[in-house]
Write a protein that binds this ligand. Structure first.
Ligand code: EPU
Length: 339
């Protein structure tokens, strides 16, 4: 029998990268999938609302958590298969994401390098289909295992089942409410070629004729270190807003007033705008509101300058949303999960 003793009144400050001081009324460190089976079999425990916690890097806590916090600590990673086209790598949900990227690179496996240094865990990576520098995990996703609280069983899900979108998947919607990701399997291409779609990454590698996955990963790490705050040093959750998507017509109208508007045409004719640019234009870069602030090198990142509450971060986020709405008529949608 695995351990099913719930802790009570646990501080979550060390478990969220915003370093917000909130507490969990009930908390379980999950180190064995059997704990979930036991939970689901206990009617009182199974009825509790749940918050699944990975690295806490996409989370804004605005108050103490009434739900049962399931802190995923399942560990392990291995090569589980290979054919002419791909190498299959499987990692457990609690593995550190960047640790997995480094592990694949150390073995000469390419495919995850554009996603180097993203904070958080493997189990969280499919929830918001993490992406950066022209890549998303859906590009190298093979399958994942979930525990389903509705049935008390585990099952495999394919990419189609996960319904990946931009920073989105089935797990962020009502249909995914009962699912807990246990492990994720990635299909890494054996005939690897660098993905240099992102202009700044291509520029950084201009000197290297045939870059290796390691070199691409190092370039990504260098770019991220230049622009993004290290959560170990300053509390943050990466991009605080998604890049908004507007119609082609709205974008054309905006371009008349703002010729420098940063926009990327989508396959369906809509346009993705750079939220960081919009916020920057409103003069928010480097500004603070209470103990929360806008990171001076990247306006899309909100930071905890020390001791900020979740409510202070929310107040700053609302002020930014209001300004962007007033100036551009564009709605900014927060990226982190807010509790
Ligand atoms: N920009 C500004 N001012 C700023 C920030 C950005 O003018 O303060 C402009 C930049 O000059 C650029 C454009 O906005 O033209 C886009 O900026 P950047 O390339 O830095 O990327 P982003 O759109 O702000 C997205 C992801 C990041 C990811 C980078 C690189 C989202 C919400 N964010 O940021 O993901 O690392 O692209 O691919 O899609 C995250 O999700 O947490 C995250 C960090």
């Amino acid at each position: 029998m695995s351990d099913l003793s719930l802790s009570t009144d646990v501080s979550l400050q060390a478990f969220n990268t915003f370093r917000i001081d909130a507490r969990a009324r009930r908390y379980l460190r999950v180190t064995d999938p059997d704990q979930l089976t036991q939970l689901a079999a206990d009617p009182a425990l199974a009825a509790l609302p749940r918050l699944v916690l990975g690295g806490g890097s996409n989370l804004l806590l605005t108050r103490d958590v009434e739900a049962l916090v399931l802190h995923m600590g399942l560990l392990g990673k291995a090569i589980v298969g290979q054919d002419e086209a791909v190498t299959l790598v499987r990692a457990q949900a609690g593995e550190n994401w960047h640790g997995l990227v480094e592990w694949t690179l150390a073995q000469g496996l390419g495919g995850l390098e554009n996603l180097a240094l993203i904070p958080g865990t493997v189990g969280a990576s499919p929830i918001q289909n993490i992406g950066a520098y022209g890549a998303e995990i859906k590009d190298v996703f093979h399958a994942l295992t979930v525990f389903d609280f509705a049935t008390g069983t585990t099952r495999t899900m394919t990419a189609a089942d996960c319904r990946f979108g931009y920073r989105d998947s089935v797990f962020k919607h009502a249909e995914g409410r009962d699912l807990v990701v246990l492990d994720v399997t990635f299909a890494l291409p054996r005939a690897w070629t660098p993905n240099l779609r992102y202009a700044e990454l291509a520029q950084a590698l201009e000197g290297s004729a045939d870059p290796t996955p390691r070199q691409v990963g190092d370039a990504v790490i260098a770019i991220r270190r230049r622009k993004l705050p290290d959560p170990a040093e300053i509390g943050n959750a990466g991009s605080f807003f998604k890049n908004p998507v507007v119609s082609g017509a709205q974008c054309a109208q905006l371009l008349q007033a703002w010729p420098n508007l940063v926009h990327h045409r989508q396959p369906d004719g809509s346009e993705k705008l750079a939220a960081g640019w919009l916020i920057d234009q409103c003069g928010w870069k480097g500004k603070t509101l209470g103990r929360a602030g806008v990171y001076p090198k990247q306006a899309l990142v909100l930071v905890n300058n020390g001791g900020a509450s979740g409510a202070e971060v929310m107040a700053l986020a609302r002020a930014i949303q209001q300004d962007v709405r007033a100036r551009f008529g564009v709605e900014l949608e927060p990226e982190p999960v807010t509790v």
